[in-house]
Design a protein. Structure first.
Length: 307
């Protein structure tokens, strides 16, 4: 073009722009300088950008798609053009371009609203661009679906449950914590397995069955319908400090093989002569024998038939 054109050049009798407005159809295919484009309702763009308006493929579209305003946006404009502003950046685009912005749809009337009137498009746009990082009190309007993604917690960041922060789950960088101010109830239909090391059982609670304690992945104590089963020795935590049964609650029967008796590890003798001993009682077919383990002498109990 040989001269600078203004809006009046387009609004002439018989001209496609005689209706007094400039829309996408009016500027489709026009090649002009940047200065000539700048007169179109304040739209600032390059020649290449105008030549692509009909395909809605402008840098304005790119800016709109990428821009996440830091404050609630406002919209102003005409039926053909609308302006998005967040107070720091103003972007101008066509109605058609706004209608493809991240799935937001609106009518021309909704975009061309008076100041102070909230429209559907502003409501939709605000919901799409919510800045969760800057929002210190974000709220959910429904259930949160992770859509197959993870929720990542940094070191010492906590997942907190309960009005009084009663349950907290977090990792400090070296230690995992499951902190609760009240009872912890674990309910399962098929059982509970606790592994202190991956692949090695520590506690196994079967549904309607035994609870088994393990040492280094080897079962040691299991509950049964009649009591407990023990695999291995039963050793008190301290010497001569604990009883098996009590004066009020004794065991009904004691089933054992050889019976070993010794008070040598007490540091004191018996109550009769103050000496210590180490004896083993064994069974014979007709007699009971007792062996003095200190000197190796063997004796037989004198038995009297009473039947």
């Amino acid at each position: 073009m040989s001269k600078t054109r203004d809006l009046a050049d387009f609004v002439s009798a018989g001209n496609p722009l005689a209706d007094g407005t400039i829309d996408v159809a009016d500027i489709n295919g026009i090649t002009a300088t940047a200065a000539e484009i700048n007169i179109l309702d304040g739209l600032t763009a390059t020649t290449a950008e105008l030549n692509n308006v009909a395909g809605i493929n402008t840098s304005v579209q790119t800016q709109l798609d990428a821009k996440a305003p830091t404050a609630s946006p406002t919209f102003t404009g005409t039926a053909t053009y609308a302006t998005l502003s967040d107070g720091t950046t103003t972007l101008t685009s066509t109605v058609a371009e706004l209608n493809v912005l991240d799935g937001v749809t609106a009518t021309t009337a909704e975009i061309n609203y008076l100041d102070g009137v909230t429209s559907n498009i502003q409501t939709q746009f605000n919901a799409l661009i919510t800045d969760l990082v800057s929002d210190t009190t974000p709220q959910l309007g429904g259930d949160l679906d992770t859509n197959g993604n993870d929720i990542n917690f940094g070191d010492s960041d906590k997942a907190i449950f309960g009005a009084g922060s009663d349950l907290q789950i977090y990792h400090t960088g070296s230690t995992n914590y499951f902190y609760a101010l009240a009872d912890i109830n674990i309910n399962a239909n098929t059982g509970v397995n606790i592994q202190a090391k991956n692949g090695e059982e520590s506690i196994v609670a079967e549904a309607d069955g035994a609870v088994t304690l393990y040492y280094d992945n080897a079962a040691k104590l299991a509950t049964t319908a009649t009591g407990i089963n023990v695999t291995g020795d039963i050793i008190p935590a301290a010497n001569a400090s604990y009883d098996l049964g009590s004066t009020s609650f004794s065991f009904r029967n004691l089933y054992t093989n050889d019976l070993h008796l010794s008070n040598e590890n007490l540091g004191q003798g018996n109550d009769v002569d103050g000496t210590t001993g180490n004896w083993t009682i064994q069974e014979g077919s007709d007699s009971l024998y007792i062996i003095n383990n200190k000197n190796g002498k063997k004796y037989k109990f004198a038995l009297e038939l009473v039947e």
